[in-house]
Design a protein around this ligand. Structure first.
Ligand SMILES: [Zn+2]
Length: 160
């Protein structure tokens, strides 16, 4: 139990954080500065109420929750996020890509074709989320496939 969560340190000089350190020698690996123990316990991202950072699928009374909680605290996600990884990835992408659209529209001269492809991909992501609870119509399946096809064309251009 005592080794469950290894101690974290922050460097007084460069601000670097060392996670899960078990062979602590008192100096920062990056700059050699002195380290300060972080006394704040790690927070389970599932219990923060912060939206769009945790996509865990289990209920809090699930018998696997103790194991999953450890995974979330030490790794950032639990195994349940891989059960429907397409859904998890879509949930991660949608709010970020929508914000990307808002921000990049202000600073970039984007061509209509590129904007249209992003919209198609966004639609595909939203349909992937919908697909978890509802059967997609034939038309929606086509939209989803069309949106997924443009991903290679937009991926490397997603910057601003
Ligand atoms: Zn340092």
């Amino acid at each position: 139990m005592s080794n469950k969560f290894k101690i974290d340190y922050v460097c007084r000089d460069c601000g670097g954080v060392l996670y899960n350190t078990d062979s602590f020698d008192g100096t920062c690996e990056v700059c050699g500065g002195s380290l300060l123990k972080i006394n704040t316990p790690r927070i389970d991202p599932k219990s923060t109420g912060v939206p769009n950072i945790c996509f865990s699928l289990t209920d809090l009374d699930d018998e696997r929750e103790e194991k999953f909680r450890d995974q979330r605290i030490n790794r950032g996600f639990d195994d349940s996020e891989t059960w429907s990884l397409d859904y998890t990835i879509a949930e991660f992408i949608i709010p970020r890509l929508e914000r990307y659209n808002e921000l990049s529209n202000k600073v970039l001269e984007r061509d209509d074709q590129f904007i249209e492809k992003i919209d198609k991909f966004l639609t595909a992501m939203k349909l992937s989320v919908k697909d978890i609870d509802d059967e997609l119509s034939e038309q929606e399946r086509c939209q989803q496939a069309e949106g997924l096809e443009v991903f290679p064309e937009i991926f490397r251009r997603l910057w601003w």
